[in-house]
Design a protein around this ligand. Structure first.
Ligand SMILES: [Ca+2]
Ligand SMILES: [Ca+2]
Ligand SMILES: [Ca+2]
Length: 281
């Protein structure tokens, strides 16, 4: 299976067009139907023991009508869902994983995050929101896993936009939530240069979780430079689509349109978009 990813990576690496969208989905119909995510549009799953559940759901969506709803199952531990990417970075440039996440609160909570892997199953970089709502980076070096707490508390029962930016030039990755950088850590030096997949990951820490998580607008983008901060929809290019996001949210506290992260969407955010208009396009 991993050999297939590698072959795909060679094919992808032939393209020199940047930024390049490697995966983009809002889990919308007709590509996705309500029900199990696994098996739809090439999505796969692995469960450490008893499977947790990931459903294409219309219970909540950041945009459109559907998202993926992850529901921990009693007695289960970790589960991963992914669509193979297999992109060869050649050891330089950036891979950015972007997604909108909504975690419901519960009396017993699971940890939710994104895990990025190479074709051999080495975790390149990862993040999670743990059962106590702490936003954390997960750093591996091939031998040990280090959890790095960002000091940020994730607000459950609301949507947040995350970016996990892997910098192959420096061997570092950083985590951005709602346009604010929360922390950075080392890429796994034992991992190779092929980015195999970015996985939706739930760790049912207590084995009896009663919360849930939604993921929407899942994108993976390869680029030669960091995606511009004013690229609000995460397509790698600052254009009228990003301008409209700020204009429609003008005067609000919408964290996704708040480019400078000062808590309000105003002319300062508009100027940030205008000054970087055309960047990355
Ligand atoms: Ca959607
Ligand atoms: Ca954009
Ligand atoms: Ca602002």
């Amino acid at each position: 299976m991993r050999t297939l990813f590698w072959s795909l990576g060679l094919a992808c690496s032939m393209s020199l067009v940047f930024p390049q969208t490697l995966l983009e989905t809002g889990f919308e119909p007709p590509e996705f139907s309500l029900g199990n995510l696994t098996g739809q549009s090439g999505w796969q799953a692995f469960h450490f023991s008893t499977p947790n559940t990931a459903l294409v759901s219309d219970a909540l969506a950041f945009s459109g009508a559907q998202s993926v709803r992850v529901v921990p199952v009693s007695g289960a531990s970790s589960s991963w869902w992914w669509k193979p990417i297999g992109y060869n970075t050649g050891g330089s440039g950036y891979i950015t994983v972007i997604w909108d996440m909504y975690l419901g609160a519960g009396t017993i909570q699971a940890a939710y995050g994104i895990d990025c892997y190479d074709p051999d199953g080495f975790r390149i970089a990862a993040m999670r929101v743990n059962n106590l709502n702490r936003v954390q980076l997960v750093q591996d070096n091939g031998f040990t896993t280090t959890i790095i707490d960002t000091g940020t508390i994730y607000p459950r029962n609301t949507w947040a936009r995350f970016k996990l930016e892997l910098n192959y030039n420096t061997g570092r990755f950083r985590l951005i939530m709602n346009n604010r950088e929360l922390g950075s850590a080392n890429l796994n030096s034992a991992a190779d240069t092929i980015f195999a997949d970015a996985d939706i990951w739930v760790n049912n820490i207590t084995g009896n979780a009663n919360d849930f998580g939604h993921y929407d607008n899942f994108r993976v983008v390869a680029s030669s430079a960091p995606l511009p901060g004013a690229d609000l929809n995460g397509d790698g290019c600052v254009d009228d689509a990003d301008l409209l996001i700020v204009l429609f949210a003008f005067g609000s506290t919408d964290p996704i349109a708040d480019v400078n992260g000062d808590g309000v969407v105003d002319d300062a955010d508009l100027l940030e978009v205008l000054f970087s208009f055309g960047q990355g396009c």
